[in-house]
Design a protein around this ligand. Sequence first.
Ligand SMILES: O=c1nc2n(C[C@H](O)[C@H](O)[C@H](O)CO)c3cc(O)ccc3cc-2c(=O)[nH]1
Ligand SMILES: C[C@H]1O[C@@H](n2cnc3c(N)ncnc32)[C@H](O)[C@@H]1O
Ligand code: MET
Ligand code: SF4
Length: 433
Amino acid sequence: MTDLSIPTVRNASPHEDPRPDPSAVAAALAAAENREPIDVDQAVALLHCAGDDLTRLQSVAGAIRDEGLAAIGRPRQVTYSRKVFIPLTRLCRDRCHYCTFVTVPGKLARAGEGLYLELDEVVDLARRGAELGCKEALFTLGDRPEDRWPQAREWLTERGYSSTLDYVRAAAVAVLNETGLLPHLNPGVMSLEELRRLRPVAPSMGMMLETTSRRLFTEKGQPHYGSPDKDPLVRMQVLRDAGAARVPFTTGILVGIGESMRERAESFFAIADAHAGSGHIQEVIVQNFRAKPDTAMRSTPDAEMTEFLAAVAVARIVLGPHMRVQAPPNLVSPAECAALIASGIDDWGGVSPLTPDHVNPERPWPNLDALAARTAESDFVLTERITAQPSYVLAASEWIDPALADHVGALSDPETGLALDTRPVPLPWPAVA
Ligand SMILES: O=c1nc2n(C[C@H](O)[C@H](O)[C@H](O)CO)c3cc(O)ccc3cc-2c(=O)[nH]1
Ligand SMILES: C[C@H]1O[C@@H](n2cnc3c(N)ncnc32)[C@H](O)[C@@H]1O
Ligand code: MET
Ligand code: SF4
C-alpha cells in the first residue's frame, strides 16, 4: 500500500523465516478444512498461504466465523463501538520504534500542549462524543511516564494523584459521572492490584500482546529494545492477571514489526492459552503494521496485504468460532475491508465520528455510513456494540463490576448485549439505587 505513511521499522537482523514445503502447506490446509485442531507448525504453514491457497484459507476462516455468530443468534453481524479517543498522555517510559504517538515534554511545551489532558478537557471530549451517540471513551496513553519524566510526576503530585494509573481512574470516574460514556482503558502494563482497582470504573480494558518474540525486546536495534513494558513475559502476565481479576479484556498482535512467521503463530497460541484459563479475552485485534521490506523484491506491497490477510484467517482458525476477531477498518483501503471480512473478522473495533485514531493519525476513520455500506457489500450488517462485547454484557454479574451496572444498563440491550439506539446521559458513580 503506497498511502501507508506509518513510520517503518527495518529488521536489524532479518530473522530466518524458511518457506514451508508445499506439501506441508497442503496438509495444513486440508487439516483446517476438516476442522482438525492445528498446531504451531501447521499455523506457520498456513501463514504462508497466497493465491488459491489463501482463498481456501479465507473460506475456512469465514465459515468458522459464520458458525460462531450463528451459534449466538447474531448471524452476519460485524460489530463496532462508537467511541471517542482520549489520549490522556502521550508521554511514556517506553520507546517502541514504530510508535508516533509517544512524545517528550519539550515537544509538548513547544506545541503549547499540556503533559496530560486536564479533567475538564477529558469531560469535554466525552460530552461532545455523547452528542454524536458515542458510548465508549477509549483511554489510550503512554506507560508510566512518571518513571521517566520528573515533570510528569510533578504534574500528578500537584493535582493529588499518586500515579498515571491513579489519574486514569479519576478521569474514568469523571467521564461516568458527567457524561455516562463507558471507559475502555488501554494504559499499557497493569499489575493485578491495578487491574482490580480499575475494574469498578471500566467495563472493559485492553493491552496488545504485540508479539511473543522476546528477541524483538532483548536485541539492540529491534523495535521493543529499551521498552520494559514490551517484554512478552511481562505482557503475558498481564493477560493472565486480567483473567484472575475477571476483566473483559482486549488484546491482539501487531503484524509486521519484524516477527517471524513462527513468532506470529506462537503469539496466537499464547493468547488462546491465556483465554483458556479464564475465558476473559473478549476480542483479539489483528493490527497491521508494515515493516520495511528487507529487499524490494521479496516483499512487495501486495505480498504484505496477502500476509496480513493470512494472519487474520489464521487468528480465526486458532482462536475458533467463539472469539471475536477484530481488525481496524482505517488501516486498509475500502476494497481491503471486504478482504478482511472474507478472512474471518467479525468486529471493526472502536470507530469515532469525532476524534482521530491518535495512534495512526494519518489514517482517518471511515464515515459510519460508508463503513455500513462496505460491510453490507460483503453481506454483513454493521451493528453497534458497547465497549464490552455482548456475551460479557449478558453475563454482567460475573464480568462487570456492580458499580457500573446502571451505566452499562443504560446503553445496552439486555436481550442481545448490544448497544441501544440512544445517547449516554450523566449517571452518578458508584451507582445508587
Ligand atoms: O483507535 C484505536 N483504537 C484502539 N483500541 C481500541 C479499540 O478500537 C476499541 O476501543 C475496543 O475494541 C473496545 O471497544 C485498542 C484497544 C485495546 O484494548 C488495545 C489496543 C487498541 C489499539 C487501538 C488503536 O491502535 N487505535
Ligand atoms: C495501542 C496499540 O497501537 C499499536 N500501534 C502502535 N504504533 C502503531 C503503528 N505505527 N501502526 C500500527 N499500530 C500501532 C500497538 O499495538 C499498541 O499497543
Ligand atoms: C499508543 S500505545 C497505547 C498503550 C500502551 N502504551 C501500549 O503500548 O500498550
Ligand atoms: S508503550 Fe505504547 S505509547 Fe509507549 S512507545 Fe510503546 S506503543 Fe508508544
